[in-house]
Design a protein around this ligand. Structure first.
Ligand SMILES: [Zn+2]
Length: 264
């Protein structure tokens, strides 16, 4: 299996997984979306709230703020040595306080652990009018995307590598396919249809459906898979992919251990 990077920045990675299988690609995608432990606020104790937002709405907004954290320092609450009671290895406490007129942003959340803070300090939480106040404490802990989307680590998509073939004997160069292609992958050049940048083909089949001569064939190569990963949490996209591979590794080791017990 080979990996070829097409685009890369801290929030977004696009790569081709060569000589892979759809089963492997799907396992990787599922883990990235649903099984990486991510830090998010899951409890809020609201002491004073005379703002325009109900307590429930405030708690919901707090839960959606992506938090930066070091995955090596924290445990899932149910796997923590404290037995789930809550300690510095599985919980982080934030406080938020303000009196209007002002707007409280994610950057106003004060954390009891310096290593955990909002990934973006400019997310508006609530606007306070003259004389309105808000005072609350909130607790963040690790969770999994399969239990709540606020813990989803990334938005992940994949598609098969497009393969476009034009049958020159059948093609009458009418140009309808060029006109219909939404990504402008097909071009009419010196009396024939040519394919440019075929990797951008979304496999929509508009060109195939609009070719009266049945001269175009578009297929997806399931052995070469184009992945797009965009982090939606406080971890970089590279860390999301690394963690997903570690989790897949652990699952396989656990499976091998179980198998050893049975076949012994
Ligand atoms: Zn704990």
């Amino acid at each position: 299996m080979n990996v070829k990077i097409l685009e890369k920045n801290p929030k977004h990675v696009k790569f081709v997984l060569e000589k892979a299988t759809p089963a492997f690609a799907n396992a990787l995608r599922q883990i990235m979306v649903a099984e990486i432990p991510i830090m998010a606020i899951d409890y809020a104790d609201i002491e004073k709230n005379s703002t325009g937002l109900f307590d429930e709405l405030l708690a919901h907004r707090l839960g959606l703020i992506p938090l930066k954290f070091n995955p090596k320092l924290f445990n899932l609450r149910e796997e923590c040595k404290c037995g789930g009671r809550g300690c510095s290895r599985c919980e982080v406490v934030f406080s938020l306080e303000g009196t209007g007129p002002c707007t409280l942003h994610s950057g106003d959340l004060k954390s009891n652990d310096e290593s955990v803070k909002p990934a973006d300090p400019n997310i508006p939480i609530v606007e306070l009018l003259e004389g309105r106040t808000l005072k609350l404490q909130a607790v963040a802990s690790l969770g999994l995307g399969k239990n709540h989307t606020k813990y989803q680590a990334a938005v992940v998509g994949y598609r098969y590598m497009p393969q476009i073939r034009i049958n020159k004997d059948k093609c009458n160069v009418c140009g309808k396919c060029v006109e219909k292609c939404p990504e402008h992958i097909l071009q009419k050049k010196s009396g024939k249809i040519t394919v440019v940048n075929s990797i951008e083909c979304p496999l929509c089949m508009y060109c195939v459906d609009n070719c009266e001569k049945d001269a175009i064939a578009v297929t997806g190569d399931s052995k070469n898979i184009i992945f797009t990963v965009e982090s939606t949490c406080g971890l970089s996209t590279q860390d999301v992919i690394r963690q997903a591979l570690d989790i897949l590794d652990k699952k396989l080791l656990d499976f091998r251990d179980e198998l050893e017990k049975v076949v012994k």
